[in-house]
Design a protein around this ligand. Structure first.
Ligand SMILES: *Cc1c(COP(=O)(O)O)cnc(C)c1O
Length: 321
């Protein structure tokens, strides 16, 4: 069956968002290349405005809102919420990020600094979600989901176009896997042009909702646990529409990492590449170092984000956690 998102959708997304995003920077990693005896390159998407790739999907969604929409809303205070707040401000669209009272002040301030209105409701994510749904039902807002939406997936897929353009002979790509919007978009962009590219998805072992859903054969709920890769936490939605099938059909293999393997990825980025990445951003490096992925002759490792608490980063670098 043809995929729900086409190569043309991804190419159109690229044109649509081009003026608003930082192009992907890809550089060779001499240290990893000599260690593994293969060409290994790093894709530095943590350089994206707001510190993670999510701006691509958020921007592609905002630029295609139905006429008459009041504004956009989401429940995330993580990288998706940041991206949506920024994209909405840039496009001149009102944005309300809903969150519970439990969200720490620095996250709240971060979202407000990016120009969004914040609404603090209740004591749980679920209660905040009720308010976001009310904004949609009663006030004409549009909910922009973090991964399971065709416009979001096409936006994240623009990364795959840029990878293949800059490295036409790439054969393997290591990509973070959480809700699956990122890897679905990249896998489509690559495989619809070059079907033999290997796309490998990497999650933390603690609460890998997509990987456990794939094993079950359908979306399932998985207990959420604290992890250094916090941007990879959360479920895929029992009513998943796109990403479950796309990941099942287009991703070649998946691996999971322990917390120590994730920390090793963060340290590798810092000490060998002089780069600060968050836990979720570092899992590709962690997977290589752990020997859980065999690199190809030309392998791209995606570094997807850098929004880590700097005190936490310091502790990881100093081996205090
Ligand atoms: C959201 C996120 C991911 C995972 O993306 P999905 O589309 O949910 O799979 C990976 N890395 C970072 C930094 C993120 O913010």
């Amino acid at each position: 069956m043809a995929p729900a998102i086409t190569l043309d959708d991804i190419k159109a997304a690229r044109e649509r968002i081009a003026a608003h995003i930082v192009p992907l920077r890809i550089t060779p990693s001499p240290s990893l290349s000599s260690r593994f005896g293969k060409d290994i390159l790093l894709a530095h998407e943590y350089l994206q405005t707001t510190g993670a790739f999510k701006l691509r999907g958020a921007m592609n969604s905002i630029l295609q809102l139905e006429p008459g929409t009041t504004g956009v809303t989401a429940v995330s205070t993580g990288n998706h919420g940041r991206a949506l707040a920024y994209a909405a401000k840039k496009a001149g669209v009102p944005c309300i990020i809903c969150m519970s009272k439990l969200v720490p002040q620095n996250k709240l301030d971060g979202i407000r600094a990016l120009g969004a209105e914040t609404r603090i409701i209740g004591n749980s994510q679920d209660e905040a979600e009720v308010e976001a749904r009310r904004l949609v039902a009663e006030e004409g807002y549009t909910m922009v989901p973090p991964f399971d939406h065709a416009h979001v997936i096409a936006g994240q897929g623009t990364l795959g176009l840029e990878m293949l353009e800059q490295v036409p002979d790439l054969d393997t790509v290591l990509v973070q896997l959480s809700g699956g919007g990122l890897i679905a978009g990249i896998a489509l962009a690559l495989k619809l042009q070059k079907p033999d590219v290997r796309v490998i998805g990497i999650s933390m072992a603690r609460g890998a909702a997509m990987i456990e859903s794939l094993a079950a054969g359908h979306p399932i709920e998985v207990e959420e646990m604290p992890t250094l890769a916090d941007s990879l936490g959360g479920g895929i939605g029992l009513d998943n529409r796109y990403t479950f099938e796309l990941v099942r059909d287009y991703v070649d293999a998946t691996v999971t990492l322990s917390e120590e393997e994730i920390a090793a990825g963060i340290r590798q980025a810092y000490f060998e590449e002089q780069v600060i990445v968050e836990g979720g951003g570092a899992v590709g490096l962690g997977a290589l170092l752990a020997g859980k992925v065999e690199p190809g002759e030309k392998t791209i490792v995606l570094l997807s984000g850098r929004n880590i608490d700097m005190e936490k980063h310091r502790q990881i670098i100093n081996q205090e956690v």
